[in-house]
Design a protein around this ligand. Sequence first.
Ligand SMILES: [Zn+2]
Length: 345
Amino acid sequence: MPGVLTASIDAKKSIGLKLYEPLVVIMDDNPYTILGVTKDATDAEIKRVYRKLARQYHPDRNPNDAAAEEKFKSIQSAYDKIGTKDSRKEYDNRDRMNDMFGNGSPFSGFGGGFSGGVDIGDMFSQFVGGRGRTQSSVNQNRERKNSSNDEIKKGSDIESALDISLEDAVKGADIKFNHRRLKICKKCKGTTFGTTKGCSECNALGITTRESTITVKVPPGAVQGQQLRLKRMGNEHPKGEPGDLIINIRLDAEEGRRWENGRLIQEAPISYSTLILGGKIQIRTPSNKRIQIDIPANSKIGDRRRLNGHGHDGGPLDIEFTIKEPEKLTKEQIQALKKLKETGL
Ligand SMILES: [Zn+2]
């Protein structure tokens, strides 16, 4: 319809819109958004979601489709950012830094950098951690108070995540945890910090990065997003107190389930005919109980229904309706579908 097209161009001209101006597309490159998972998803959940999406958008399945190819690429690059424990930790750390200091900060590229065995990202957060907090407008009074007194020297807190199974969360568990933090230099005992004296071990920083395996006691009845604070297990300070280690508990919801703002969502695959006509389906709850639920007629994909007492540790379980994708259709089903098609459905 060329007439319509001309009219719309004229309309744009008349309100002063420049035509042929290149479109500015704001790309959301947040890997969590691209993969459609929440920030508190476990590593296992991210892997499951990635595999599913990669299968769906794989070029072999969508030959010569530019849109699918683009989607596939963005899924790949999102997974590169948060697909492994290490890469995810690095991404999350950098993200936290950007939140604190903004993207344009001269430090925004520092996350994960190494220099002489000392992690600059950790170093940086150690020495400015306290200042970053007190600079916020809420705490300005405190900052004024602090600056008149001697500043209390303290190593920064370390925030980390621990993935555990639902079962371990209910019963409680001792989980081994690989912990990396700044500790007082073994050689100079931190005495070279702030001096011009050299130390071959720490470069006169008084601290070095060291790794150890610690055992974290997860209390029985742990919930998604729960924080455990391990006092004095954060970064040490050469002239002060160590910070704390803060561990965010992430529960692996297992296949077909996910967490959303602390709520457990379970997908219930339903055949299209049941979704439209109504019926009954059976689901298996997280505590491995088989229960039957009613599907009302004219239900839609994405509809939810809350089952109290069937979620994690006796909490609520939200069932989300999804479509059951048939593996392979029988001849009968294809015949029936053809008839349906003739009716216009
Ligand atoms: Zn030293």
